[in-house]
Design a protein around this ligand. Structure first.
Ligand SMILES: Nc1ncnc2c1ncn2[C@@H]1O[C@H](COP(=O)(O)OP(=O)(O)OP(=O)(O)O)[C@@H](O)[C@H]1O
Ligand SMILES: O=C(O)C[C@@H](O)[C@H](O)C(=O)CO
Length: 329
């Protein structure tokens, strides 16, 4: 089964949300207290997805606010360098800083992220900085859940969704739940369900859908029953190494298995998955193939040091699908 997009558009995907800095422990397999050096990469889930999409050949753009400093300039230059249109990236004028994510890699199974996100520039994107003339040029608007955590970014994203819907742009909601940016899970559930109900495609882990539903140990069947009463016609629920499911409103279910790989760290899996899944879908491949692309891309990124720089090419993904073993659970 294929998913249809409006073909009469200049951009394939415009992502909205944060573009930040990842500082990944250079010496890994130890706690961060013992890490002396970190390698700098562009990070932030929607930025990673835009980078992954652009490296795969999609025409990508980005809407977000960046700090007026060395980090902000590094982010813009890097993203432009990988082919992303950065003309709608706004430079903060009020002294807000770039979000930083220090990543700890204790072992392939035990990874964590220490975030510095106090008063970060990305959450100051204002509704007036979101333009209809830009959004309407894309097939897809990719919305990151974290951008809903605070005003004015929250209203900027709600405006972007409204403009997308008015202009035949598919809204794809990546739940991207990061607890530290939110006041409470109740608040997250309110905004997640509000946006999920208006989206065309919703992608998240089982745990993230639980946050959306303000529930524990939720069932995929209940999630899709709820979402298919609203706008979504495709829902992707990820279960880590156990693979992922895509549910279509027409009643079909597709399963994607994870691929065996030499894991270095686990973060970055979700962003690489989303970029390759969307690449495949937008390039006209069927949903089953798109799940393979997502899983293959994730298995490549978890075997590498970064989440953005490590994003694979189409050739790498296709070679992996042809040769790697799937994880059966
Ligand atoms: N250890 C692993 N080995 C191989 N593939 C993996 C592994 N972990 C995750 N994946 C692949 O990545 C996909 C997404 O993973 P997961 O459900 O953990 O997303 P996520 O929690 O959004 O990721 P992130 O850690 O980036 O936030 C899975 O469906 C699977 O295909
Ligand atoms: O999303 C973030 O803010 C941090 C990411 O860039 C980080 O690499 C990660 O967690 C990816 O899943």
């Amino acid at each position: 089964m294929k998913y249809e997009f409006n073909t009469d558009k200049e951009f394939d995907i415009i992502a909205i949300g944060r573009a930040c800095i990842d500082l990944n422990a250079t010496e890994y397999n130890r706690p961060m207290e013992e890490t002396m050096t970190f390698t700098k990469y562009v990070g932030g889930s929607p930025a990673n997805i835009a980078i992954g999409s652009s490296k795969l050949g999609l025409r990508a753009g980005f809407i977000g606010k960046i700090a007026d400093d060395q980090h902000g300039r590094f982010i813009e230059q890097y993203m432009r360098g990988v082919g992303i249109d950065t003309s709608s990236m706004v430079i903060d004028t009020e002294g807000h800083k770039t979000g930083l994510a220090f990543t700890e890699i204790k072992s392939p199974e035990e990874c964590s992220i220490l975030m510095y996100r106090e008063d970060v520039a990305d959450l100051y994107l204002a509704p007036s900085e979101v333009n209809e003339n830009y959004i309407k040029r894309s097939k897809v608007l990719l919305v990151s859940g974290t951008a809903l955590a605070k005003s004015p970014s929250r209203e900027a994203v709600l405006k972007a969704i409204n403009l997308a819907k008015r202009n035949g742009v598919k809204v794809i909601f990546e739940l991207d739940y990061r607890p530290y940016t939110w006041k409470s899970t109740e608040e997250t559930a309110v905004y997640y369900s509000l946006v999920a109900e208006q989206s065309d495609v919703v992608i998240g882990t089982r745990d993230e859908f639980d946050v959306m539903e303000n529930a524990k140990d939720g069932m995929n069947a209940d999630t899709i029953n709820y979402l298919f009463k609203h706008s979504p016609d495709l829902v992707v629920i990820k279960h880590g190494v156990e693979g992922s499911y895509a549910y279509a409103k027409s009643g079909e279910t597709f399963r994607g298995q994870a691929y065996k790989t030499q894991v270095l760290k686990t973060f970055g899996a979700g962003d690489s998955y989303a970029s390759a899944f969307l690449y495949a879908l937008i390039s006209g491949k069927d949903i089953e193939t798109a799940l393979k692309y997502g899983s293959a891309s994730a298995s490549i990124v978890v075997s590498k040091h970064s989440s953005s720089e490590a994003m694979p090419t189409v050739k790498e993904i296709e070679e992996l699908i042809a040769s790697a073993e799937t994880i059966s659970v």
